[in-house]
Design a protein around this ligand. Structure first.
Ligand code: FAD
Length: 330
C-alpha cells in the first residue's frame, strides 16, 4: 500500500475542503476503498475519515419520505422500521448484498460509490480503461461472464455492482451533497452515474472533494415490493441479474403501478421507464411481457460469456410480473 496522509473531519464542509485535491479520498466503512488501496488500484495521498460526522440519522421528511444520513450503515438502513414497512424493496436489496459483517460496516454513501467487480479492473498487471484510461479493455474478448450487457461501450463493459443503488434508482431517491466551497446540491440517482462511453474512469457526476451527506426517499409507493437476485451463491456474491420491483394490481387484474430496475446487467443501475409505460394498465399477459422484455433488451449486447444474461433477464422479468399478478412476493 502506498503511503498516505490521514485526517478526521469534524463537519461536512471541513471534510469537503480537506478532500479537495484530486488525489484525496473520503473513507467511510472502508470495505471497498481499503481493498482498492491494498491492490494499489486507488492510491490517494490523503485520506479524509468521515465517520465522526453527525450523519447517522434517518428522519421523516415533510412530504412523507425519509432522509437518510450518509453514514447510516447498510445493516441499520435495511432494519429501520420505516424502511421495512414502507420501502421493503430497499431493505431486501440491501440484505441481498455482501454479508452481515460487511453490511455492519458499509455505509449508505460508500455503497453508491463502490467500484465495479470486473476482474481486469482488479488485476493491476492487465490493461483496463477504467483503471488506466487508454490502455484497452481485455474484458470485451476475455472473461466477461459477470459483466454488463446494457450501457456498455467500446472502452468498457464493467457492470455496476451495487444492489442498494438499484432499489434507490427504482424509488427515485435523491442524493444531497456538499461541495468544497460549502455549497450544497441535490442530484437525482437517475442523473448521478455516468455511462462509460470513452471515459469509463468517470463514473459519476461528483466533483473532486464533493461529499455525499444524505439520501432522500420520496413518499412510499403502494404495491408489492420485491428484490430478486440471481447469483452464483446464496450469499457473498454479486448479482448476475437482479430486479427491484414495485407492482400494484387492481381488482380487475390490471397493472396500475409497475416500476422495475435491474442490477448486474447495466454499467449503471438500470431502469427504463418506457418499459414500465408499456406494461402499465395492461393485464401483464405473456405477449405484453415479451414486448416489454424486447424493449428492455433492445440495445443489449453480450460479449460471449455473458450472452446468457439476455435470456436470464427475460425470464426474471416474466417471473417478477407473474408472481405479482398472482399476489405473491409481498
Ligand atoms: C466480499 C464483498 C462482497 C460484497 N458483496 C456485495 C454485494 O453482493 N452487493 C453489493 O451491493 N455490495 C457488495 N459489496 C460491496 C459493499 O457493499 C461496499 O464495499 C460498501 O457498500 C461500501 O461502503 P463503505 O462505507 O465501506 O465505503 P468505502 O469503502 O469507505 O468507500 C467507497 C467509496 O466511496 C467513497 N465515499 C464513501 N463515503 C462517501 C461520501 N459520504 N461522500 C463521497 N464519497 C464517499 C470513498 O471515497 C470510496 O471511493 C461487497 C463487498 C465485499 C468486500
Amino acid at each position: 500500500m502506498k503511503r498516505f496522509e490521514y485526517s478526521r473531519a469534524d463537519t461536512p464542509k471541513q471534510a469537503a475542503t480537506s478532500a479537495s485535491p484530486k488525489e484525496a479520498a473520503f473513507i467511510a466503512g472502508g470495505t471497498n476503498l481499503l481493498d482498492l488501496m491494498k491492490y494499489e488500484i486507488e492510491t490517494p495521498i490523503k485520506l479524509v475519515d468521515v465517520t465522526r460526522l453527525e450523519l447517522e440519522q434517518i428522519e421523516p421528511t415533510a412530504d412523507g419520505g425519509l432522509r437518510i444520513g450518509t453514514l447510516v450503515t447498510n445493516s441499520d438502513l435495511a432494519a429501520h422500521p420505516d424502511v421495512v414497512a414502507n420501502y421493503p424493496v430497499l431493505s431486501r436489496a440491501i440484505l441481498a448484498g455482501a454479508t452481515g459483517q460487511l453490511r455492519n460496516k458499509a455505509t449508505t454513501g460508500g455503497n453508491f460509490l463502490q467500484r465495479t467487480r470486473c476482474y481486469y479492473f482488479y488485476q493491476t498487471d492487465s490493461p483496463c480503461n477504467k483503471r488506466e484510461p487508454g490502455t484497452g479493455c481485455p474484458a470485451i474478448n476475455g472473461e466477461n461472464r459477470t459483466l454488463a450487457i446494457l450501457g456498455t461501450s467500446e472502452a468498457c463493459i464493467a457492470q455496476h455492482p451495487s444492489d442498494m443503488a438499484v432499489a434507490m434508482r427504482l424509488l427515485d431517491a435523491k442524493i444531497e451533497t456538499v461541495k468544497t466551497d460549502g455549497s450544497t446540491r441535490t442530484i437525482p440517482v437517475k442523473d448521478f452515474y455516468c455511462l462509460p462511453k470513452d471515459t469509463p474512469h468517470i463514473e459519476n457526476v461528483l466533483e473532486s472533494g464533493e461529499l455525499i451527506t444524505h439520501v432522500v426517499l420520496p413518499a412510499p409507493i403502494k404495491g408489492i415490493h420485491t428484490y430478486d437476485k440471481v447469483r452464483d451463491r446464496a450469499s457473498y456474491a454479486f448479482a448476475l441479474v437482479s430486479c427491484a420491483a414495485v407492482i400494484d394490481v387492481d381488482d380487475s387484474g390490471k397493472l396500475t403501478t409497475i416500476r422495475l430496475a435491474f442490477g448486474g446487467i447495466g454499467t449503471e443501475p438500470w431502469r427504463n421507464e418506457k418499459v414500465e409505460a408499456l406494461l402499465t394498465d395492461t393485464d401483464g399477459n405473456s405477449d405484453v411481457i415479451r414486448q416489454a422484455a424486447d424493449l428492455l433488451l433492445k440495445e443489449a449486447k453480450g460479449n460471449g460469456q455473458n450472452d446468457f444474461k439476455i435470456p436470464l433477464t427475460r425470464r426474471l422479468l416474466k417471473q417478477v410480473i407473474q408472481r405479482a399478478l398472482a399476489g405473491e412476493g409481498a
